[in-house]
Design a binder for this molecule. Structure first.
Ligand code: SF4
Ligand code: SF4
Length: 461
């Protein structure tokens, strides 16, 4: 099993060890040790929850910058539809795409067009009778990693398709290498991303040997530049055609399910903790009546990503208004899903099976793991069960696990430490009182002599 690339990292200089982040992590990957947060790499799924939680901005995401574009002859922006939700609906998608060209890109290719391809393939996939149900969408890389790390038994429930951005990047390279008459290697493809998990997915694609995406640029990084150029753009500046409302609708929770076609028995789950709860239910075999689960790590869908700018409720309102407008336009013009990109003939299937990364298991050796379970139960009984986090582990059970794994001690718990100090103090008092009898005798004699001398002195004076 190879090492994970991580886009979420900690700046120890900014961390104050306040324990604010440890409870938010869905895989209990964070501990506070030596007064600073530490991330267990094998557990981290780059969901970005800790970035949202940290009041000191000590957690951050590694992404590319606009200066990285200099390495390529041509550069194509691959905007996530979430980018459009950062602006009011009266700024058209075409204007925003044109804005991307104005700030330094040579071309744009909407990720929403890749989403259309994945939607068409999902419609067909869900009609199959030989698939594991519920089928779980695989577009959110944080959810895919959550399954790899915490629920590896559900890997064959994941729909085996590339993420929309991968499909979009492949189609963009085909189109623009013809248009610019250059080899694809001379073209940089840059995902304008709402979240760090997408950066991880580019560096270490799931189910693919190599990503078609060169790098990612955070929406928050280019937002200011776009704001400056958008008011100057006129209708004649760029001749661009946007994706359909169904592809663009992927930005909000429920959009993916809507695009997946005729009503299925389906669930729309968003925010990583709800996702984890539902996946646990599936793992327990409790969701057999459900065909399809749209599962997203961020609350509200990608519009809630930690690298966006606009408040997620405002972004959702912006997007719903925009979808209303472009739905009407699409109906009026007969704009069909996938019509600009060759219909459903584009292959979107991943090329190799996903590997399990069971980082939550106690030991590879089942016997040792069973012993550790017993030990954890015993330790748990001794701990106060307050889940206060002041030991640096997210819960008392997590501390018990850390102790069983040799990574912590019982006295890391402040209550156990206080008990220990009290016991030690009591022991010292007891010891002081239990002087050896010989020393007791000496002391008695010394006291007797001292008292006798004092009396004589008093009588003589
Ligand atoms: S990115 Fe997510 S999984 Fe990783 S440490 Fe932060 S909260 Fe935990
Ligand atoms: S929230 Fe976590 S990373 Fe941020 S300062 Fe507190 S302990 Fe450190």
């Amino acid at each position: 099993m190879g090492e994970y690339f991580h886009s979420v990292y900690l700046n120890p200089a900014l961390c104050k060890g306040c324990v604010g982040c440890i409870k938010s992590c869905p895989t209990e990957a964070i501990r506070i040790r030596g007064g600073k947060a530490q991330i267990t790499e094998s557990r981290c799924i780059d969901c970005g929850e800790c970035i949202r939680q940290c009041p000191n901005h000590a957690k951050t995401a590694i992404t590319n910058t606009m200066s990285d574009l200099a390495q390529y002859e041509y550069n194509i922006a691959l905007p996530a539809p979430t980018l459009y939700a950062q602006f009011k609906a009266d700024i058209s998608v075409e204007t925003i795409l044109c804005g991307l060209m104005k700030i330094g890109f040579d071309g744009v290719y909407e990720v929403a067009k890749g989403a259309e391809m994945v939607s068409l393939a999902t419609r067909k996939y869900l009609q199959r009778t030989d698939i594991k149900r519920p089928a779980i969408s695989s577009a959110c890389p944080a959810v895919v990693r959550l399954i790899q790390v915490k629920f590896p038994e559900l890997l064959d429930h994941l729909i085996p398709f590339e993420a929309p951005v991968e499909v979009a990047a492949r189609m963009a390279l085909e189109e623009y290498s013809k248009q610019f008459a250059v080899e694809p290697g001379k073209i940089g493809t840059w995902f304008i991303t709402p979240c760090p998990a997408k950066m991880t997915a580019v560096k270490q694609p799931v189910g693919l040997d190599r990503s078609n995406v060169t790098g990612t640029i955070a929406i928050s990084q280019i937002y200011g530049d776009l704001l400056r150029v958008l008011p100057k753009i006129t209708k004649n500046d760029c001749q661009l055609h946007r994706a359909s409302w169904l592809g663009i609708g992927w930005a909000v929770s429920g959009g993916e399910k809507e695009a997946a076609g005729p009503p299925q028995r389906s669930l729309v789950v968003h925010d990583i903790h709800s996702a984890s709860e539902i996946l646990e239910q599936v793992a327990l075999g409790k969701m057999k009546e459900i065909d399809y689960i749209e599962c997203l790590a961020c609350a509200g869908g990608c519009i809630g990503g930690p690298l966006t700018v606009e408040n997620r409720f405002v972004a959702e309102a912006n997007m719903q208004k925009r979808l209303q407008i472009i739905h009407q336009e699409d109906v009026a013009s007969g704009h069909e899903i996938g019509q600009d990109v060759g219909g459903s003939d584009i292959a979107v299937t991943t090329r190799r099976p996903l590997e399990a990364r069971p980082a939550m298991q106690l030991d590879k050796d089942i016997v040792k793991a069973m012993h550790k379970v017993e030990l954890i139960e015993k330790i748990c009984k001794r701990l106060p069960g307050l889940d206060c986090g002041s030991c640096g582990s997210p819960t008392c059970k997590a501390l018990a696990e850390d102790i069983a794994q040799g990574m912590a001690s019982e006295t890391d718990c402040v209550f156990k430490l206080r008990e220990r100090v009290r016991d030690l103090a009591q022991e010292m008092v007891d010891l002081a009182e239990k002087l050896p009898p010989s020393l007791d005798k000496d002391l008695n004699e010394l006291c007797f002599i001292h008292n006798k001398d004092s009396k004589k002195q008093e009588e003589g004076s």
